[in-house]
Design a protein around this ligand. Structure first.
Ligand SMILES: *[C@@H]1O[C@H](CO)[C@@H](O)[C@H](O)[C@H]1NC(C)=O
Ligand SMILES: *[C@@H]1O[C@H](CO)[C@@H](O)[C@H](O)[C@H]1NC(C)=O
Ligand SMILES: *[C@@H]1O[C@H](CO)[C@@H](O)[C@H](O)[C@H]1NC(C)=O
Ligand SMILES: *[C@@H]1O[C@H](CO)[C@@H](O)[C@H](O)[C@H]1NC(C)=O
Ligand SMILES: *[C@@H]1O[C@H](CO)[C@@H](O)[C@H](O)[C@H]1NC(C)=O
Ligand SMILES: *[C@@H]1O[C@H](CO)[C@@H](O)[C@H](O)[C@H]1NC(C)=O
Ligand SMILES: *[C@@H]1O[C@H](CO)[C@@H](O)[C@H](O)[C@H]1NC(C)=O
Ligand SMILES: *[C@@H]1O[C@H](CO)[C@@H](O)[C@H](O)[C@H]1NC(C)=O
Ligand SMILES: *[C@@H]1O[C@H](CO)[C@@H](O)[C@H](O)[C@H]1NC(C)=O
Ligand SMILES: *[C@@H]1O[C@H](CO)[C@@H](O)[C@H](O)[C@H]1NC(C)=O
Ligand SMILES: *[C@@H]1O[C@H](CO)[C@@H](O)[C@H](O)[C@H]1NC(C)=O
Ligand SMILES: *[C@@H]1O[C@H](CO)[C@@H](O)[C@H](O)[C@H]1NC(C)=O
Length: 801
């Protein structure tokens, strides 16, 4: 009887919804929500309803983006108690309790609220599900207080002391199982509040304390044109929140099942989620990777070093790059005579055991630390907050740009020896930096000349530079800021095509109708001015149908921008790694792309006026035009070689893990052959549709190269092919291509072919191919963090020891 009644109510309410045309955003106690019914927020952005992830037979109540493809889920109610039957009902009781019921009217989830009059459930356009009641109306419960794995603008991550709320994210178990996974993202209010990622109860990442501008550990995000972050601390609550500067741009942050927090921004132009930033991003983001009193840097190798005045606790392990034991003090302290060593541009150490005093100057902070014998370091956070550390300094990293200053307590004798050593150090530093500085100076002078001349003859600019020993001319149109602003709709957020390490890339349309891509160097970009100049100087001279064409640049005040031709089909990675798009690439198309890239690279290595090593070849740096012709892009890290030179060495290894050859990643040695290695990786990725830096066989930690090598040895090459090309292809061509790929990724650089040989091998059936040897780097070492330097090999560094 009551069941029939219920169905009548359901049918009636469905009728009401249908009559309105659109389901509303509000649920009252008289109209439950069932099965296929949904609530839609007033602006149509979010939808609440029942879903079943993947192909599972289990159902959940959740909120998702209504209009975005794949409708990403932002919140799940019954993570632990899925609905398994065919009947699903969300009922708001008359006294204000929200119940999730199955067929047998079992309560699977509820908000545990009660005692309210006139309850009302409403889905807002911010994605918050709000239960209100009473007169005057008050909030009984809201989904923003109980986040799942997604952090939305306006949501607070942190603690509300009075309401006893700890709002934090918890990852899904897997993409088809929303139950709580191993990772969480939340705030630890002890000492100075910081946001952490935890795996179970151990920390894997922290942001560093808030310093007024942003988190100490992410100086690259302190200013950006897309998102703004806020940190609030008072006696009632402490939290962190963010907003999108353009309210109509959708963004979210998600902690995924492997513990990576990604901040995603929806791009309406390219209809996809762009990764705005993610953590942990590099090995130094990994919590305490260098142990206590160690510091981490991504720009030198080895990346772990002891703080000044400290020495490895277990020197043997340390030499083997096993750093977790950390470092110990070389000379013990004597409270009355100690001093401080300033360490600049760092992510401040873990503050969970630190003490703070507000309203202090740097000198007052120093005195405070000096007077207290158990104080080991101090720093002034923001304008006036003095932080003092009383225990080991954990998880420090060094930045090239940005970061805070930390003052470390050291014994007087230790400071003396640093002072007397610094003479040598400076001389060493000069020896290393003079060549860099002088080339920078030359570039600067060049740019100045260039700017001067520009005033005289507007439009075209000419200037002379010397690179190596050759004199070369630079001829490049200079765009003015006004026309770039007009082209990109004043750098509108929705024109952003992607965001790289240097800053955002915008899509624009010039006054003459040409579509362009504008690469805007962000002011506090870590890859700085010199990469920009390298790119301008290099690419202006290079012209080839398989290289992206630079149309001009724009330099005004602090702004530096490069203007490229716009590539309609974005980049190669958007095709080969995307299940839907990859079917657009048949065998012939893929082979054409491979050969195109090979030709472009051959031009760089041998045929251009300068001999150029790209150093960062990867699928995302290959752009595709409207006819799917590949164009090599991103010359920010490229190097030129003089005639006769075949190899270079750098202590600053730049590039992308998974694409770097062993001799480059571990020894900083780069040559044409390190580009050939990256090309080989890319070739195998194009054939397989799989990324190299992902573990393919978890038990053996084998990556794509290892997988390809195994299949080759067993004569099962065709199994590597991406599914969508499994129909029409000439088998001999596939074998040949596969073999060339393996030849390119061989461990020994001298075994690898040159690009000239590669082009020949790919385009002629009659050339005999040698048998490949074992590839380099065919096991991945870490799943995240992507550490490229294996511990068995010690690098001889340029830096003196
Ligand atoms: C819900 O939708 C599915 C698919 O559209 C349909 O098969 C099912 O019958 C619907 N259920 C109800 C109760 O309308
Ligand atoms: C669901 O199952 C169908 C058919 O069994 C399959 O084609 C599809 O890929 C599956 N989807 C997911 C997300 O697993
Ligand atoms: C559905 O869930 C209920 C309660 O959680 C459980 O008792 C029942 O066995 C489940 N039925 C199926 C078919 O899994
Ligand atoms: C749903 O709520 C209404 C109003 O409070 C109540 O009459 C009805 O019995 C509830 N249904 C179930 C299945 O609990
Ligand atoms: C409601 O109370 C039950 C039992 O105490 C608890 O398991 C559940 O997590 C609570 N629900 C919410 C949304 O807090
Ligand atoms: C509901 O409200 C009444 C009156 O305000 C109060 O006496 C009662 O304890 C409340 N019950 C709950 C469960 O809060
Ligand atoms: C979570 O941790 C457990 C135990 O360490 C492990 O077995 C499981 O694979 C982990 N799950 C994920 C998704 O990493
Ligand atoms: C600390 O320094 C003072 C003054 O130089 C000296 O008298 C004292 O012996 C030192 N103490 C230790 C433990 O070295
Ligand atoms: C903070 O102190 C506790 C207890 O002494 C210790 O276990 C923990 O490692 C310390 N944390 C840091 C970051 O130093
Ligand atoms: C900070 O300290 C100065 C002097 O010590 C005092 O005049 C000022 O009022 C203080 N400000 C706050 C906000 O406490
Ligand atoms: C040093 O500072 C800490 C934290 O402020 C405090 O707990 C401790 O008592 C101080 N020690 C001395 C000797 O003043
Ligand atoms: C905000 O974004 C929307 C759509 O993405 C766009 O139409 C609008 O012009 C942008 N507003 C500003 C001020 O950039």
């Amino acid at each position: 009887m009551s069941i029939t009644k219920l169905w009548i109510v359901l049918a009636l309410s469905a009728g009401v919804l249908a009559a309105h045309g659109q389901p509303g955003d509000t649920l009252t106690s008289s109209t439950p929500l069932s099965d296929n019914q949904t609530l839609t927020s007033a602006g149509g952005i979010f939808e609440l309803g029942f879903f079943s992830p993947g192909n599972s037979s289990e159902w959940y109540l959740g909120i998702w983006y209504k209009e975005i493809p794949d409708q990403p889920i932002v919140w799940v109610a019954n993570r632990d108690t899925p609905l398994n039957g065919s009947v699903r009902i969300l009922n708001l009781t008359a006294d204000g309790n929200l119940l999730l019921l199955n067929k047998d009217a079992n309560i699977l989830w509820s908000t545990n609220t009660s005692n309210a009059t006139y309850p009302l459930l409403q889905l807002s356009d911010s994605g918050n599900l709000i239960l209100t009641g009473g007169i005057p109306k008050s909030i009984l419960w809201q989904s923003f207080d109980h986040p799942s794995d997604t952090f939305l603008p306006g949501m607070k991550i942190g603690l509300d002391f009075a309401a006893k709320l700890d709002r934090h994210l918890i990852s899904w178990k897997s993409s088809s199982d929303p139950s709580p996974g191993n990772y969480s993202y939340g705030m630890d209010p002890h000492g100075v509040p910081e946001v952490y990622i935890w795996e179970g109860s151990s920390r894997t990442f922290r942001t560093g304390p808030w310093n007024g501008k942003g988190w100490s550990g992410r100086p690259d995000m302190w200013t950006n044109g897309v998102l703004r972050f806020h940190f609030v601390m008072n006696q009632h609550e402490v939290y962190y929140t963010f907003e999108s500067l353009n309210k109509s741009v959708l963004c979210r942050a998600v902690i995924d099942e492997s513990g990576v927090l990604q901040r995603l921004v929806w791009s309406t132009t390219s209809t996809r989620w762009d990764i705005f930033w993610l953590v942990p991003e590099d090995p130094c983001d990994q919590y305490a990777t260098c142990g206590a009193n160690g510091m981490c840097t991504t720009t030198y190798s080895p990346r772990c070093q002891c703080l000044q005045g400290f020495t490895p606790k277990s020197p043997k392990d340390w030499d083997l790059r096993e750093n977790s034991d950390g470092c110990v003090r070389r000379t013990s302290l004597n409270c009355s005579t100690d001093g401080f060593f300033p360490l600049q541009k760092v992510k401040l150490p873990d503050t969970s055991n630190a003490s703070t005093e507000s309203n202090k100057t740097l000198n007052e902070c120093r005195d405070l630390c000096l007077k207290n014998c158990s104080c080991l370091a101090y720093a002034l956070n923001g304008e006036s907050m003095c932080i003092t550390w009383l225990s080991d300094l954990v998880d420090i990293r060094i930045f090239i740009d940005g970061g805070d200053d930390l003052y470390i307590r050291l014994a007087d004798s230790e400071l003396d020896s640093i002072r007397s050593n610094s003479g040598n150090k400076i001389r060493l530093a000069i020896a290393v930096t003079i060549p860099v500085l002088s080339s920078l100076l030359l570039l600067c002078v060049g740019l100045l000349l260039w700017l001067k001349r520009r005033r005289r003859n507007h439009g075209k600019v000419m200037s002379s530079h010397s690179i190596g020993s050759k004199e070369s001319e630079l001829e490049l149109p200079l765009f003015d800021m006004r026309s770039i602003k007009a082209a990109t709709n004043d750098f509108s957020v929705d024109k952003i095509l992607g965001v790289g390490g240097f800053g955002p890339v915008y899509k624009g349309q010039l006054e003459d109708g040409r579509e362009v891509a504008v690469k805007r160097l962000s002011k506090n970009s870590i890859q700085g001015i010199d990469e920009f100049k390298t790119e301008v100087l290099l690419i202006a001279k290079l012209q080839h149908r398989n290289l992206v064409r630079l149309l001009g640049c724009c330099i005004e005040d602090e702004e530096r921008m490069l203007i490229y031709e716009y590539m309609q089909n974005t980049s190669l990675d958007a095709f080969i790694f995307d299940r839907r798009k990859s079917s657009l690439l048949n065998w012939q198309k893929r082979l054409d792309i491979i050969i195109g890239i090979a030709r472009g690279l051959l031009y760089l290595h041998q045929d251009s006026r300068l001999r150029v090593i790209h150093r960062d070849l990867k699928a995302s740096n290959i752009l595709l035009d409207h006819e799917m012709n590949p164009k090599i892009s991103d010359f920010g890290t490229a190097r030129t070689f003089r005639a006769g030179q075949t190899e270079g060495n750098t202590k600053r290894v730049v590039g992308t893990c998974g694409y770097m050859s062993p001799e480059y990643a571990m020894g900083g040695l780069f040559s044409e052959k390190s580009d050939v290695f990256s090309f080989g990786v890319m070739l195998l990725e194009i054939l397989s549709g799989k990324k190299n830096n992902v573990v393919l066989q978890a038990d053996q930690r084998i990556n794509l190269l290892g997988h390809a090598w195994m299949l080759w040895k067993q004569g099962r090459c065709l199994e590597l092919l991406e599914e969508s090309i499994s129909h029409s292809y000439p088998v001999s061509e596939v074998f040949r291509c596969f073999q060339v790929g393996l030849l390119c990724v061989q461990e020994g650089s001298e075994d690898r072919p040159t690009m000239g040989e590669v082009v020949l091998m790919l385009s002629s059936e009659s050339v005999m191919l040698p048998q490949p040897n074992r590839p380099g780097f065919y096991v991945t070492r870490t799943s995240i963090g992507e550490d490229c330097s294996p511990s068995e090999i010690t690098i001889t560094e340029l830096e003196g020891r």
